[in-house]
Design a protein around this ligand. Structure first.
Ligand code: BGC
Length: 891
C-alpha cells in the first residue's frame, strides 16, 4: 500500500493520448499469473484532449518468437478477452496494446510481459515436508529446513514456487528470497492455498547452492479467536517448494531435506509475539551449506487445497517510522512513541549491548493510559518481543508475528536512543488509487486516520483490528468499509480473493456465511457460525460494490452460488420469511448507547436492522440475477423482495412514516434502502431524522450498520446542513472527537478513549478498527463530489455538495479507465469554481447548481453560484425542562 498522494488538478495534462498501464486480470504485474486466458485492461494517462473515445484497439501477442496481431473494434478498455490461445504453465508471452480514438489518433504501444505460474496441480512434483511432530496443545516451535543443490549457471529463467502450512521465509545462499512477509498469507487453507513465484536468478551461483527455509505456525496452526483455538487447519507445519531452471526442477522439497530444530527464533505466535535468541544466530546457515544431517524432513500429506498463484498483492514492508520521543513513564519505564498507530513490528538497528545472560523485552500497545502502556485492550494477546542478548541483534525483525501499536516499552536496555529501533509498517501492498483533501484540517486528519486503519487491517485478509486476540476477517466490518476502501486502493484482487474464501467456508457451513473469513471456530457460543444480517450480507453487497468500482461482472458470477446459498439456506427465517427471532443478531453493533459490556444491546431493534438488510439484499440478488441472466432467480428474488418489503412496512412503519424504533439508524437504513413508498412518508422520515439528530445535539447514535449511511442519507433527503453539522461535531460520540484526542487511526468505539484519558472499560476497545471510517465514502462522493455512476467508472458522477464551513475540497480516483479528479472552491460570497479532469475513454455526469450535463475526457471548469447558508449552524432542539443543552459549534 503505497503512500503517495495522487496529483489532482494541479499540473496540466498533456494534449495527447497515452496508456498509463497495461494489466492482466487484477494482477499487480504480469509475473506468476494463474490464468490461461487472462483478460487485459489498460488505463489511460490524464490528458487535456477533450472527448477522446476509444473506437478500436490492437493487441500483439508474441509467444515463442511468433507474433499474432488482433484488431478489435470496441470502446472497451477494461477486462477485454484474451485474444490468443490459452497459455500453458510457465509460458511467457509478450503483449503489446494500443488504442485508436474516434478522432483517428492512436496511442503508443503499451507493453506487458506475462509469465504463467504453475497452472496445473500435476506441475507440482515437490512434496510437503516438515519436522518431527510437536505437542498439539502447545504453540508450535519454529524450525528450519535446508538443502544443498547444484546449478549449472547458464539458465535463462530460474524460478522458486513456494508455499507452506504455516508461514515461511526462504533464503538462498544466505540471502532472503523476495520481499514478501508473512507468506503465503492467510487463506481458507483447507480449500485454497496461495503459492508464490520468485525470480531467484540473482541469488544463484554456478555450482554449489544452499536453500534454507524458516517455518512458523502463523495462522495455520496458531491460536486464533476468543478464547482461542489452535491447529484449526492442522498441527503439522509444512513447506512445499520447487526450484526450476528453465522449466526443469533442480531442487524440490523431499525427504532429503535437513531439519534444524534449534534456531534463533524460539517462539513466534501471531497474538503473543516472538522470542529471539541472538546467541543462536548463525549467519552462514543458509550460505555455506549442509554439515551433517541431523534430522531428515518428514513427508507430510500433500495439501488438499487448491494451489493458487494469487492476484492478491502480498504483504510487504511499506515504510519505516522512527520514534518521535522516548518517554519515561511515571513508574520509570522506557517507552518509545512512534507518533502513529500502525501494524508491523520493530527492527533493531544496533547490536544491543549486554551479556548472554541479558534479555530485552519489548511490549507493544496502541495507547498510554495515565502515562503507562495501555495493554488492557490487547486482552490475552501478549504482543511481546523477547530478545536474548549475547549475539548479533542488529537488523533483527520478527518473522512470523505482527503487532498493532504506536508505543513500545523497552525493558532490559537502559540507554535507548531514538535511532536504535525503527517501526516497520506492513500491509498488503495494494495500489493507492484515491485521495481526498478539504479546507477542514480535522476532517483531513479523519481521512488520513482512515487510510492508516485500512493499512493496518488489510494484512492478507481484511481484519477487524491488528492488535488484540482477534485480528480476524469480520465480514460485517468489510461490508460497511468496502466502498471507502475501494476508492482509496485497488481492492479488486484483495477483496475478490477474500470473497472466494468466504464462499469456500460458507459451503462447509451449509449456506451460513461465517462471520469471520477465513472461518475460525469460536466456542462456547460459536458466534462465528451464527447467521448474522449485515455480516453474512457481505456475500451480496460486497461483490456488488466491487462490480461498481472495477466493472468486473465475474465478481458477481463467482459469488452467485454463495448468494443463493445464503438467501435460500443460510438466513434463518420465520414463517413470514423474516429473520427468526430465535437466533440473535449483532444488529447495529456498537451503537454508542449500548452498554460497554453489551455492544449489541442497542436502542434500535436488531431485527428491524436485520430485516431492512434482508429486503435490501434480496432486491440486490434479483438485480444481480438479471445481470447474470439467471431469469428464474431474478423473478423469484424480485417477488420475495416485494413481499418482504411489504412485510417490513406493515411490521415497522406507521401509516405516517415513523418507524417502530425511532432512532437514527432505523431512519437511515429505511432511507438508504428505499423502504418508503410515498412522499408523505419520506417527509416524515426526513423530519424525524433531522429532529433526532438535533435532539441528540448532533452526536452520533449509530453503530456499524447505521454509520456508513447516515451522512449520505441526510444528503439524499437534502439535509446537508445537518449532515455537515454532524460531521463537524467534536464532542463524543462524533467522528472528530477521536481526532481531538490525538487519534492517528479510527477507533472501534466512538469513545475508545474517554475524555479523561482513561480507556473505555468495555471489552471491545480497539484503537484501530476501520468500520467507522466508512464515513469517508461521504467525503469522497458528497463533500468532494466524486463517485462512479456506471460500473467500472466508464462514467463518473461529479456532484459536490458544499456545506458547513468547508470552503474547498478535492478528490481523485485512479479508476480502471484512468484518473478522475474533482476540485472545487467557494471563491467569494457568490461564486464557486469546480475543476474536473476526466481520463480518455471516460465521461462524467456533472451536477451543479443550474448544470446537469455529461462531458467527456479532458479538463473542464464550471463556474456556479454559491451562497453561504444564512442559517448555519443548525440549532439543537431543547427539551422542556432542565438547563438548555449546550452545543457549542467549533468550526
Ligand atoms: C470485532 C468486530 C466484529 C464484531 C462482531 C468484534 O469482536 O472486533 O469488529 O464485527 O466482533 O461481533
Amino acid at each position: 500500500m503505497g503512500d503517495f498522494i495522487l496529483d489532482t488538478v494541479s499540473s496540466r495534462a498533456p494534449a495527447s493520448i497515452s496508456i498509463a498501464e497495461l494489466r492482466a486480470e487484477h494482477y499487480e504485474s504480469g509475473f506468476g499469473i494463474f490464468h490461461a486466458t487472462p483478460r487485459l485492461s489498460w488505463r489511460f494517462a490524464a490528458t487535456s484532449v477533450r472527448d477522446w473515445r476509444q473506437t478500436s484497439y490492437e493487441v500483439v501477442v508474441t509467444r515463442q518468437g511468433q507474433s499474432e496481431s488482433f484488431h478489435v473494434s470496441s470502446n472497451t478498455s477494461s477486462l477485454v478477452a484474451w485474444p490468443s490461445t490459452p497459455l500453458t504453465s510457465r509460458e511467457t508471452a509478450h503483449v503489446r496494446v494500443r488504442a485508436t480514438g474516434t478522432d483517428g489518433s492512436t496511442t503508443d504501444w503499451a507493453e506487458l510481459t506475462l509469465e504463467a505460474a504453475l497452472l496445473k496441480r500435476s506441475d507440482w512434483t515437490a512434496e510437503l515436508i516438515g519436522g518431527p511432530p510437536q505437542p498439539v496443545d502447545q504453540p508450535k516451535k519454529p524450525f528450519r529446513l535446508r538443502r544443498a543443490f547444484t546449478y549449472s549457471g547458464d539458465a535463462e529463467t530460474t524460478r522458486l514456487y513456494a508455499t507452506a502450512h504455516g508461514l515461511y521465509e526462504v533464503e538462498i545462499n544466505g540471502q532472503r528470497v523476495g520481499d514478501h512477509v508473512l507468506a503465503p498469507g492467510w487463506q481458507s487453507y483447507r480449500h485454497r492455498l496461495h503459492y508464490q513465484t520468485y525470480d531467484v536468478t540473482p541469488l544463484l551461483r554456478p555450482g554449489h547452492n544452499v536453500i534454507g527455509v524458516y517455518l512458523g505456525e502463523g495462522w495455520f496452526a496458531g491460536r486464533l479467536g476468543r478464547p482461542g483455538t489452535s491447529n484449526i487447519w492442522g498441527d503439522r507445519l509444512g513447506f512445499l517448494g520447487q526450484l526450476e531452471v528453465d522449466g526443469r526442477v533442480v531442487c524440490k522439497t523431499d525427504a532429503d531435506w535437513e531439519v534444524l530444530t534449534e534456531g534463533p527464533v524460539l517462539n513466534s505466535e501471531i497474538y503473543n509475539g516472538e522470542e529471539f535468541d541472538s546467541r543462536l544466530v548463525d549467519l552462514e546457515w543458509s550460505a555455506s551449506g549442509v554439515s551433517t544431517y541431523v534430522v531428515h524432513a518428514a513427508i507430510l500429506p500433500f495439501p488438499s487445497a487448491e494451489l493458487i498463484a494469487p492476484e492478491t498483492p502480498p504483504v510487504r514492508r511499506l515504510t519505516e517510522i522512527q520514534p518521535q520521543q522516548i518517554i519515561t513513564t511515571p513508574s520509570g519505564k522506557t517507552v518509545l512513541d512512534f507518533g502513529q498507530n500502525l501494524a508491523g513490528w520493530l527492527r533493531v538497528n544496533i547490536d544491543i549491548p549486554g551479556t548472554d545472560k541479558d534479555t530485552v523485552v519489548i511490549r507493544h500497545a496502541e495507547v498510554l493510559e495515565h502515562g503507562e502502556l495501555g495493554t488492557r485492550p490487547l486482552r490475552t494477546a501478549k504482543a511481546t518481543a523477547t530478545i536474548h542478548l549475547g549475539g548479533p541483534t542488529c537488523g533483527y525483525e520478527p518473522r512470523f508475528t505482527f503487532y498493532g501499536f504506536r508505543y513500545a516499552e523497552v525493558t532490559g536496555y537502559v540507554e535507548v536512543k531514538l535511532t536504535d529501533f525503527s517501526a516497520v509498517v506492513i500491509s498488503s501492498d495494494l495500489r493507492r488509487t484515491g485521495s481526498f483533501e478539504c479546507s477542514h484540517d480535522l476532517v483531513n486528519k479523519l481521512h488520513e486516520n482512515t487510510v492508516w486503519s485500512m493499512r493496518g487491517n488489510f494484512v492478507s485478509v481484511p481484519t477487524d483490528c491488528p492488535q488484540r486476540d482477534e485480528r480476524l476477517g469480520w465480514s460485517g466490518d468489510l461490508q460497511v468499509f468496502a466502498p471507502t476502501a475501494s476508492f482509496l486502493y485497488d481492492t479488486a484482487a484483495f477483496v475478490g480473493g477474500w470473497l472466494r474464501d468466504l464462499a469456500a467456508d460458507q459451503h462447509d457451513l451449509k449456506g451460513i456465511v461465517p462471520n469471520v473469513v477465513p472461518s475460525v471456530p469460536m466456542p462456547p457460543n460459536d458466534n462465528e457460525r451464527r447467521p448474522m444480517a449485515a455480516w453474512g450480507d457481505a456475500t451480496v453487497i460486497t461483490p456488488w460494490d466491487l462490480y461498481q468500482f472495477f466493472g468486473d461482472a465475474t465478481f458477481l458470477r463467482k459469488q452467485w452460488d454463495s448468494i443463493v446459498q445464503w438467501l435460500d439456506c443460510g438466513v434463518p427465517r420465520d414463517a413470514h420469511g423474516f429473520y427468526s427471532t430465535e437466533t440473535p443478531q449483532f444488529g447495529d453493533w456498537l451503537d454508542p448507547r449500548s452498554p460497554p459490556a453489551l455492544p449489541g444491546h442497542t436502542p434500535t431493534d436488531p431485527y428491524l436492522v436485520a430485516n431492512a438488510y434482508l429486503v435490501h439484499v434480496t432486491e440486490r440478488a434479483a438485480q444481480i440475477a438479471a445481470l447474470l441472466n439467471e431469469t428464474e432467480a431474478a423473478q423469484r428474488y424480485g417477488s420475495d423482495a416485494r413481499r418482504l418489503r411489504a412485510r417490513f412496512r406493515s411490521e415497522y412503519v406507521t401509516p405516517s412514516g415513523r418507524l417502530s424504533s425511532d432512532t437514527q439508524t432505523a431512519y437511515v437504513l429505511a432511507l438508504h434502502m428505499d423502504l418508503y413508498d410515498s412522499p408523505a412518508e419520506l417527509s416524515t422520515a426526513r423530519h424525524r431524522l433531522d429532529w433526532l439528530t438535533r435532539w441528540e445535539a448532533f452526536k452520533i447514535n449509530t453503530g456499524f450498520c447505521g454509520t456508513p449511511h447516515i451522512l449520505p442519507a441526510l444528503a439524499k433527503v437534502d439535509m446537508l446542513p445537518t449532515a455537515y453539522r454532524m460531521l463537524q461535531e467534536r464532542d463524543s460520540p462524533s467522528w472528530l472527537y477521536p481526532v481531538t484526542m490525538g487519534a492517528t487511526t479510527i477507533w472501534e468505539r466512538w469513545n475508545s478513549m474517554l475524555p479523561d484519558g482513561s480507556i473505555n472499560p468495555g471489552q471491545m476497545t480497539s484503537f484501530n478498527h476501520y468500520a467507522l471510517g466508512s464515513v469517508c465514502h461521504f467525503l469522497h462522493a458528497h463533500v468532494a463530489g466524486l463517485s462512479a455512476e456506471e460500473p467500472g467508472w466508464t462514467r463518473a458522477l461529479v456532484r459536490p455538495r458544499p456545506g458547513g464551513t468547508v470552503r474547498w475540497a478535492r478528490a481523485s480516483h485512479d479508476s480502471p479507465i484512468g484518473l478522475y479528479s474533482v476540485s472545487w472552491k467557494a471563491e467569494d460570497e457568490m461564486a464557486m469554481a469546480t475543476f474536473v479532469t476526466i481520463p480518455p475513454n471516460g465521461s462524467a455526469h456533472i451536477v451543479l447548481p443550474g448544470i446537469d450535463v455529461v462531458v467527456g475526457s479532458g479538463e473542464h471548469v464550471f463556474e456556479t453560484e454559491w451562497h453561504p447558508d444564512p442559517e448555519w449552524p443548525p440549532q439543537v432542539i431543547q427539551g422542556a425542562q432542565g438547563k438548555p443543552v449546550e452545543a457549542v459549534f467549533v468550526p
